[in-house]
Design a protein around this ligand. Structure first.
Ligand SMILES: NC(=O)c1ccc[n+]([C@@H]2O[C@H](COP(=O)([O-])OP(=O)(O)OC[C@H]3O[C@@H](n4cnc5c(N)ncnc54)[C@H](OP(=O)(O)O)[C@@H]3O)[C@@H](O)[C@H]2O)c1
Length: 325
């Protein structure tokens, strides 16, 4: 439960568009950039001159988001492009990566922002995985893996610590009842938990685990991999919450733009360095003061005295996705 209050009432943001220099020449991907936090982030990046790929499952929604952003007057407009991917269906992911790689020779930051919550018990992906786990973890894992070569290539021509993968986790991880963060056994068909918050928080612990395991694999190559919880925000993701839950959360909900500041800090602040890989960022761009101890144990390998659960989870994601490359 440590650090919950400071996440619900984060005070004023200290890293906003005012702190970001020109982003001309930079190339970014924001998954789920057509709505909510991702949309607010894309607006900021666009106004700083970057080329941004808005990745999502609906061409219509992406086009409408892009058109909306282009109408906002700005002195240094960037460029907006669409990428189609449905994380609920693993067969769409390699095509998305190929589409991007056919157009670009650099990728500065990949914001793995897209995600689902409040999926009713029994919801599964096209391939039969628990839906939160599929959309929030398996899909982003595969997309990231396919984009790693270009991220590493970008390190060679970029300032130290500026090439990053940012994973969207959540403050719910601090409150989740799942020991160690998630259960691999529950991911088996027929064993999915029958509680949507349980499944969502497991997938968000999974996002933190993926940030940490990726860090172990890419730190030496110069890519920063961090997890960020954007905040409790008034977005479409919350619309499906039960009435009572929404009513209670409305007291602590903030506009989505505030969450974009968390993502902005994670992706662009010079305060985030290569040594910070695997760390958990909280609203509006700060380090978690007291990450959950059992999850920290999950991040450590058995050799380091931990449980090795995050490494097992990484291996599980690799096993489930390897035939979709
Ligand atoms: N809002 C909060 O309070 C909060 C708190 C903690 C963490 N987060 C995390 O922040 C991230 C952004 O959430 P948000 O609040 O901005 O929610 P949102 O407004 O619902 O945005 C989610 C985005 O993900 C996309 N998406 C959903 N399923 C997808 C799929 N199968 N394939 C590709 N894209 C898909 C959505 O596309 P469509 O428009 O097509 O649905 C949308 O663009 C999520 O990872 C969420 O878990 C949010």
């Amino acid at each position: 439960m440590g650090g919950v209050l400071t996440q619900l009432f984060p005070g004023r943001p200290h890293f906003t568009e005012a702190n970001v220099d020109s982003l001309q020449g930079k190339v970014f991907i924001v998954t789920g950039g057509n709505s909510g936090v991702g949309y607010e982030l894309v607006k900021i990046l666009y106004a700083k001159g970057a080329r941004i790929y808005v990745a999502g499952r609906s061409k219509t929604k992406i086009t409408s988001a892009i058109e909306g952003i282009k109408e906002i007057p700005t002195e240094t407009p960037g460029e907006l492009k669409s990428l189609i991917v449905d994380f609920n269906d693993m067969t769409t992911i390699a095509a998305c990566a190929r589409d991007f790689l056919a157009q670009e020779s650099r990728l500065d930051v990949l914001w793995n922002n897209a995600g689902v919550s409040m999926q009713p018990p029994g919801s599964t992906s096209v391939q039969g995985y628990e839906r939160h786990m599929a959309v929030n973890c398996l899909g982003p894992y595969l997309l990231t893996k396919l984009l790693l070569p270009i991220l590493k290539q970008t390190v060679q021509i970029s300032p130290e610590g500026s090439v990053r993968v940012v994973w969207a986790t959540s403050g719910i991880v601090d409150m989740s009842p799942v020991p160690g963060g998630l259960s691999l056994e529950e991911q088996q068909s027929g064993k999915h938990a029958q509680d949507m918050n349980h499944n969502y928080s497991a997938s968000k612990a999974g996002n933190w685990f993926l940030a940490s395991e990726l860090d172990k694999r890419v730190r030496e190559a110069g890519v920063v991999s961090v997890a960020q919880s954007p905040g409790t925000l008034r977005t479409a993701g919350m619309d499906k919450a039960p009435f009572l839950m929404r009513a209670m959360l409305s007291i602590v909900m903030h506009p989505p733009k505030m969450g974009a500041y968390t993502e902005l800090w994670a992706g662009l602040s010079r305060d985030v360095t290569i040594e910070d890989g695997a760390r958990f960022i909280i609203p509006w761009g700060r380090w978690h003061p007291s990450p959950r101890k059992d999850c920290l144990e999950s991040l450590k390998s058995k050799k380091e005295g931990g449980t090795g659960l995050a490494a097992d989870f990484w291996d599980w994601c690799e096993e489930q996705t390897k035939s979709y490359v």
